[in-house]
Write a protein that binds this ligand. Structure first.
Ligand SMILES: [Fe+2]
Ligand SMILES: [Fe+2]
Length: 406
C-alpha cells in the first residue's frame, strides 16, 4: 500500500534515490559476519549513503596505521629482495606509449569496447531499445566509465601502496613497496592521459569502489590493508585489465594495458609472498578466521557491484528504464561474466596460497560457484606472459573479439 502510494506520488528523482539507498542496504545486509560488518560499516556509510566520492574535490580519508621503522636495516626476505630487483629492471616510461595514434571510439574497426560486451537482445526485452548509433554510443560510455574506474582505483592503489610501504614490517618489503608506489603513479599518469586526450570524458568514482578504497585506507591493521590492496583490489584489477586487454581492438589502449598488467602481476606476487607467512605462521586461528571471512565478503561485494550506475544516471534517469532493469542488463552482460571469471580465477588461488581457503570456508565459495578455481595457479607461479596470452572464451564480448587477444 505504502509502496503503491510512493510509486504514484513521489517524483522520479526521489524514487530513484530511495531505490539506490535500498540497493545499498541490500548490499550491507548480505554481509553475514558481524565483525566484518562492523569493520566495513563506517566506510559504507561514507561511500554508499553520504556518497563522499561524489562531493567534489578534495575527499579527505583519515589514516590510522602505524609507520614501522627499523634502524638496523636487515636483509630480511630474499624473495622480496628479488622482487625489488625485478621491479627496478621492469620500470618503463609512460611517454614511450604510441600516443600519436588517433583514437576514434566510433570506428568499427578499432572499438575500445566491442558492442557484444552487452546483450542487446536482453536489452530489448528489458525495454532498452536503441538505434545502432545509440548502441555504439552507450557501449562507448560504458567503456569510458570502466576506464574512469580504473583511473580512480589506481589513485587508491597509489596511496595504499604508500601506506603499505610505511606499515610493512620487513625492510626488503619497504624497498619493494617503493617501486610499487612508482608503478601506481605511472598507472594514474597513463590512464588519466588516455581519458583526457583520447576519450574526453571522466566519470565520477563508483560508490562501491569508493567504499572499498575508504575501508582499506582507514583500517589500522597492516595485514588487512595488505590483504585488501594486494590480493583483493589487485586481483580485481588484473581481472578487469585482462578482460579489456583481450576484448579491445584499439591498439594504444591494448599496449597501455599490456604494460600495466606486467606491473600488476608483480604487485599480486608481492602480496602472496608477504602474506603467506603472516597468515599461516604469525597470527592466531581466530585472527586468521576473521581475515578469511573478510576476504570472502569483500569478494562477494565485488562480484556484482560494479554496475555502471553513473552511466545509467546519464542515459535513463528520466524514468524510461528503471534501475532494476539496468542492473539485470549489466549483470548479465557477456563482457561482465567474462570479467568475473577472470577476476576469480586469479583471486581464489591466491587466497588458497596465503592460507585463507580452509575447509571451513570452502563450502561458501562452492555455494556461489567458485569451487572450480580452488586448484588454479597462484600469482607466484604465474608470469605476466601467462596473463597476456589468455583469450576470452567463445561468446564473451560477441563476434568482434575473434583474434582480438593476439
Ligand atoms: Fe596499478
Ligand atoms: Fe597495482
Amino acid at each position: 500500500m505504502l509502496n503503491e502510494l510512493a510509486e504514484r506520488l513521489l517524483p522520479t528523482v526521489v524514487k530513484q534515490r530511495l531505490d539506490a539507498w535500498g540497493e545499498s542496504l541490500h548490499v550491507m545486509a548480505q554481509i553475514r559476519d558481524p565483525r566484518v560488518m562492523a569493520s566495513l560499516l563506517p566506510s559504507a556509510l561514507r561511500g554508499l549513503l553520504l556518497r563522499r566520492g561524489k562531493q567534489g574535490v578534495p575527499t579527505v580519508v583519515a589514516a590510522t596505521h602505524a609507520a614501522w621503522f627499523d634502524w638496523s636495516y636487515p636483509h630480511d626476505d630474499p624473495r622480496l629482495a628479488d622482487l625489488y630487483r625485478r621491479a627496478k629492471q621492469g620500470q618503463w616510461d609512460g611517454d614511450e606509449l604510441p600516443w600519436h595514434l588517433d583514437v576514434d571510439p566510433e570506428n568499427p574497426e578499432r572499438p575500445i569496447f566491442p558492442s557484444g560486451f552487452v546483450d542487446w537482445e536482453l536489452g530489448r526485452e528489458l525495454g532498452i531499445s536503441l538505434s545502432p548509433k545509440e548502441q555504439t554510443k552507450l557501449v562507448n560510455d560504458i567503456g569510458a566509465w570502466t576506464l574512469a574506474q580504473f583511473l580512480h582505483g589506481e589513485q587508491g592503489a597509489l596511496y595504499a601502496a604508500a601506506q603499505v610501504t610505511e606499515a610493512v614490517q620487513l625492510m626488503d618489503g619497504k624497498f619493494y613497496g617503493a617501486t610499487q608506489v612508482m608503478d601506481e603513479a605511472r598507472h594514474v599518469e597513463v590512464f588519466s592521459r588516455y581519458l583526457e586526450s583520447k576519450v574526453g570524458k571522466l566519470y565520477q568514482i563508483n560508490d562501491n569502489l569508493f567504499t572499498i578504497i575508504d575501508a582499506l585506507m582507514s583500517d589500522s591493521r597492516w595485514d588487512m590493508k595488505f590483504l585488501g590492496m594486494q590480493i583483493m583490489i589487485e586481483g580485481l584489477a588484473l581481472g578487469a585489465f585482462g578482460t579489456l586487454h583481450a576484448l579491445t581492438r584499439e591498439p594504444l589502449l591494448k599496449e597501455l594495458l599490456a604494460r600495466v598488467i606486467q606491473d600488476e602481476a608483480r604487485h599480486v606476487h608481492f602480496g602472496v609472498v608477504a602474506l603467506r607467512d603472516q597468515f599461516t605462521k604469525q597470527i592466531s586461528e581466530k585472527e586468521r578466521t576473521e581475515r578469511e571471512d573478510w576476504a570472502f565478503e569483500i569478494a562477494m561485494l565485488m562480484r556484482n557491484r560494479f554496475l555502471a550506475h553513473e552511466v545509467y544516471d546519464e542515459w535513463f534517469s528520466g524514468g524510461k528504464v528503471d534501475r532494476k532493469k539496468w542492473r539485470t542488463f549489466i549483470e548479465r552482460a557477456p563482457g561482465m561474466e567474462y570479467f568475473r571469471l577472470t577476476m576469480f580465477s586469479r583471486m581464489v588461488p591466491n587466497l588458497r596460497e596465503i592460507g585463507l581457503l580452509s575447509d571451513r570456508i570452502r563450502p561458501h565459495y562452492e555455494r556461489v560457484g567458485l569451487a572450480r578455481y580452488f586448484e588454479g595457479r597462484a600469482a607466484d607461479r604465474l608470469v605476466a606472459e601467462d596473463l597476456l596470452q589468455e583469450a576470452p572464451p567463445a561468446g564473451y564480448g560477441g563476434p568482434i573479439i575473434g583474434g582480438a587477444a593476439a
